[in-house]
Design a protein around this ligand. Structure first.
Ligand SMILES: *[C@@H]1O[C@H](CO)[C@@H](O)[C@H](O)[C@H]1NC(C)=O
Length: 497
């Protein structure tokens, strides 16, 4: 009898003492030099972590941690290089923070040296647990600069230079976007800042090539590319200006003719459907690891709506295709400064005051480099002029995800949060749940839920698009067929992820 009571008591004791495990993601986080990254870590089951000890440290540097939290506050024992750069943060908008066991680390002003593993170590009165988070740091270099030099044999020696890369980028030369050219030579050097500079050259004949492009790319898929029209830099032969003129005119005429024929032919072939894009999951190209998330895109598409651009409130420097589905900036547009051009906004002609609505945007068109600059979300109807980033907050009626090239992808929560989304979404799904006050983003190809913003919508809201200016690739709204019957129950796993 006594033994039974003792056993019960022991059992009770074990069950009431705190028992948790530390949970970290399997995927490594990827972020750019200079940016902000959040390394996720939380305890499970969720419980208030304010009374616990939280230690983030690297390698075997247990006693000089990146961050140390104890007795309810961050202790001043950080390793020198992490001072003023590290803090505890919430992994997502939905997390309750420390109170809910979220002990994620925020690191600012990332440096190359930050790459590698971080230990997240949490200890309570009677036990502890830890997990390891991996961080990969990359740097997207400058746009390559191309420099042509005529060679004695009549060919052109084109040099391509770019700097500020990490790790070393791959160099690809192409002519007329079809043929890969062999580089004559590639040399790489490493600066004091650990970044790589790359110098490559290739010799081409203007008889074989027209547009020559040099592209430098990272394994993450991010790249920088420049092109040169070598026909435009052929040194004219002073002995025979008429011949040169004749050939130039001939080439122009031929090009014009082919263009016209192609245009007519295409029109005839496809009739009215020219350029119409149907939303379907295209097979992925060139990806070795097949990552398949668990979001059922077909369920999202039950809420599909046809979105077209509202031409009335369009920024004057944007160009929209006839069918209102494709938007890009006009070549005449002169960006002000180097920052993301927030003013280049296009709005959906459709407005919503209730219900669920879903649409998809293509960010990696075939035959175009993938887009690195875009802004996609919703906006309170009537907010037609956007200029300053600081004014584009949820409380002012803007909700969006923005990809700002090397500065990363961020959501405009207040304050904005940079995300490490790898791979970058090539086809982005947007689900507006007006009644629940949620805006969710999905990576359609990977079938993954990316994030959900929670807010309260008032009045009518419209889709918001901005194609950016640093890449010429267009932003294309896909045609998702509208369902015959809607009001199906929404998938439950998506917004809770
Ligand atoms: C082309 O120019 C590069 C310098 O950018 C030089 O190193 C290389 O030797 C040149 N190639 C030829 C064939 O002259």
């Amino acid at each position: 009898m006594l033994t039974i009571i003792v056993a019960v008591l022991v059992n009770l004791f074990i069950e009431t003492s705190v028992s948790f495990t530390v949970v970290v993601p399997h995927d490594q986080s990827v972020a750019h030099v200079g940016s902000i990254v959040i390394l996720p870590c939380w305890i499970s089951p969720p419980e208030n972590a304010e009374a616990l000890e939280i230690r983030w440290y690297r390698h075997d540097q247990f006693s000089s941690p990146v961050l140390f939290y104890q007795h309810g506050k961050i202790q001043d024992v950080q390793e020198e290089s992490y001072r003023d750069r590290s803090s505890l943060t919430r992994w997502s908008d939905k997390s309750g923070g420390l109170k809910d066991g979220d002990v994620s680390l925020r690191l600012e002003k990332l440096r190359i040296q930050d790459a590698g593993s971080f230990h997240c170590y949490v200890s309570g009165e009677s036990e502890y647990d830890s997990g390891e988070v991996f961080l990969k740091v990359t740097a997207l270099g400058s746009a390559p600069v191309l420099f042509p030099q005529p060679l004695d044999d009549g060919r052109m020696n084109i040099t391509c230079k770019s700097s500020g890369w990490y790790p070393e980028p791959d160099v690809t030369w192409m002519s007329d976007e079809r043929t890969v050219l062999r580089p004559g030579g590639v040399s790489r050097s490493r600066g004091a800042d650990e970044m790589f500079s790359v110098h490559s050259w290739t010799a081409v004949s203007h008889l074989d090539a027209h547009l020559v492009s040099c592209s430098m790319s990272l394994k993450t898929g991010e790249f920088r590319e420049s092109r040169i029209d070598i026909q435009a830099v052929i040194p004219s032969d002073p002995s025979d200006p008429w011949k040169a003129l004749f050939f130039t005119l001939l080439i122009c005429a031929l090009l014009g003719l082919t263009g016209l024929i192609l245009y007519k032919y295409r029109h005839k072939l496809t009739g009215k459907k020219t350029g119409k894009e149907v939303c379907e999951v295209r097979p992925k190209k060139k990806r070795t690891k097949e990552v398949v998330g668990d979001t059922i895109i077909e369920d999202l598409r039950k809420h599909a709506v046809q979105i077209t651009i509202d031409c009335e409130h369009l920024h004057p420097d944007l160009k929209v295709s006839k069918d209102g589905k494709t938007v890009r900036y006009a070549p005449e547009y002169k960006p002000t400064g180097e920052k993301f051009q927030y003013e280049l906004c296009a709005f959906g002609a459709q407005r919503f005051t209730s219900g669920r609505h879903y649409w998809e945007v293509d960010l990696a068109r075939e035959n175009n480099p993938p887009k690195n600059y875009w802004l996609i979300g919703v906006v309170k109807h009537g907010n037609f002029s956007a200029k300053d980033k600081s004014a584009l907050t949820p409380s002012k009626g803007y909700w969006f995800l923005c990809s700002d090239g090397p500065n990363g992808i961020y959501i405009n929560s207040d304050p904005p949060v940079t995300l490490s989304l790898t791979p970058r979404p090539e086809q982005l799904g947007v689900l507006l749940d007006y009644d629940r006050g949620q805006l969710s983003f999905y990576n359609v190809k990977e079938r993954k839920h990316l994030l959900t913003m929670s807010s309260r919508f008032t009045g009518s809201v419209a889709p918001l698009f901005n194609p950016g200016v640093e890449d010429l690739s267009p932003l294309v709204i896909l045609d998702c067929p509208e369902p015959v019957e809607s009001s199906e129950p929404l998938l439950s796993n998506s917004s809770e992820a």
